[in-house]
Design a protein around this ligand. Structure first.
Ligand SMILES: [Cu+2]
Length: 120
């Protein structure tokens, strides 16, 4: 009986450890390639500067003070000009070539809602 309890406790410990580890890794991957649109009650992209690799996908997530959109200067294929009104809406953008890609939120560019993604 005692052996069974020990066995289950070690099983549960292993399961919880691997669960915690995978959640940590997932959170890191998510945070690295996500840009919040409207953050902390400000009309900003958070972060407003990001460096990624060719082939990476950056996900823009609608946050506070909508509506927002994402327009890349000279890159219609990367832009999402449709306004996002709902918090939590997401625009994934995949970068297939290296370079510096400047973007802005059209309604709030005048307030400084701009950013740049470096693809290398
Ligand atoms: Cu905006």
């Amino acid at each position: 009986m005692k052996h069974q309890i020990m066995w289950w406790m070690s099983r549960i410990t292993i399961m919880l450890t691997s669960l915690a580890l995978s959640m940590t890794l997932a959170a890191k991957a998510y945070a690295a390639d996500t840009i919040q649109m409207g953050s902390g009650g400000n009309l900003i992209f958070e972060p407003n500067e990001l460096t990624v690799s060719v082939g990476d996908t950056v996900t823009f997530v609608n946050g506070e003070l909508p509506p927002h959109n994402v327009v890349f200067a000279g890159h219609d294929e990367l832009s999402h000009p449709d306004l996002a009104f709902m918090s939590g809406e997401q625009f994934p953008v995949t970068f297939t070539e290296a370079g510096d890609f400047e973007f802005q939120c059209d309604p709030h560019a005048g307030a400084g809602m701009k950013g740049v993604i470096h693809v290398e």
